[in-house]
Design a protein around this ligand. Structure first.
Ligand code: PGA
Length: 285
């Protein structure tokens, strides 16, 4: 019997209660959208002063020029270094992004940065809703979605982060939580041209622990199904990244999982050997 295509997440939960995701015909044989290059993002977080960061940027540039890895590369330095790193990487294959932006385009928001300001520094991407911002700055799904929409107004690609906590996974609620976050954080007008989604289980960030291959496959399959339910076949072209303790040892295994279209890398993006090894693990498409 043919399995019907679900139209919304309630149907998915009824139709696919065990796996939580539908076997969408994206590419069940090859496991990816043809022609979509994987994206490796280095999130440098709050690390580095100018000299060491520029030295790292020039190592990254030399690597990309020498090896031309089969993936797209992006680094997201701290706000203070974005402009200098963007200049250092100008004309290279490595794009530069911000780590956050505000929901509003301008105004009385001391210490905050508008999306257009991020773009003005030479960025094409901005991360929104990282779990560290959700935790430390009280950002909820609505606010994260509004940040992504603000990024779009400024012509930036938004990387929308989400992921369950350890308690939520232990309670068997990982898929329900991710589905709700994706629905709640999805920006108005979100499309493959302006939105990337990063699944980052909170308990895997900076801990050296990762979900199993099957767990990552289940969550990424669920996200794909929800996005296809929303966008139709365009949803197959939205890049879905995995993040949380990605490093040279596990990158190849993670990047081979269906519906994993790249990685968001924290700690291992601070060392060229590790970042290069992850980039070399990409699946050529
Ligand atoms: P990690 O961080 O690679 O150090 O676990 C990932 C992230 O927070 O984006």
């Amino acid at each position: 019997m043919a399995i019907p295509e679900p139209r919304n997440r309630y149907q998915i939960m009824i139709l696919y209660p065990i796996t939580g995701f539908a076997p969408v015909a994206r590419n069940s044989e090859i496991g990816y959208y043809p022609g979509m290059r994987q994206l490796i993002v280095g999130n440098w977080k709050m690390n580095g002063l100018k000299a060491e960061s520029l030295a790292r940027a020039s190592e990254f540039r030399a690597f990309a020029e020498a090896e031309k890895p089969a993936c797209d590369l992006l680094v997201c330095p701290p706000a203070t270094l974005v402009e200098a790193v963007a200049k250092a990487l100008a004309g290279s294959a490595i794009a530069v992004g911000g780590q956050d932006c505000h929901t509003e385009d301008k105004g009385a928001f001391t210490g905050d940065i508008a999306a257009a300001m991020v773009g003005d520094l030479g960025c094409r991407y901005v991360i929104v809703g990282h779990s560290e911002r959700r935790r430390d700055h009280g950002e909820n799904d609505t606010r994260v979605g509004a940040k992504a929409t603000a990024a779009h107004r400024a012509g930036l690609m938004a990387i929308v982060c989400l992921g369950e906590s350890a308690a939520e996974r232990d309670a068997g609620r990982a898929e329900t939580v991710v589905a709700a976050q994706l629905e709640g954080s999805w920006p108005q007008g979100g499309s493959p041209a302006n939105t990337v989604v990063a699944y980052e289980p909170v308990w895997a960030i900076g801990t050296g622990r990762t979900p199993t291959v099957a767990e990552i496959a289940a969550i990424h399959g669920l996200m794909r199904t929800l996005i296809v339910a929303r966008l139709g076949s365009d949803g197959h072209a939205v890049r879905l990244l995995y993040g949380g303790s990605v490093g040279p040892r596990n990158a190849a295994e993670i990047l081979a999982i269906p519906n994993v279209d790249g990685a968001l890398v924290g700690g291992a993006s601070l060392k060229i050997e590790d970042f290069a090894a992850i980039a070399r693990s990409c699946q050529a498409r």
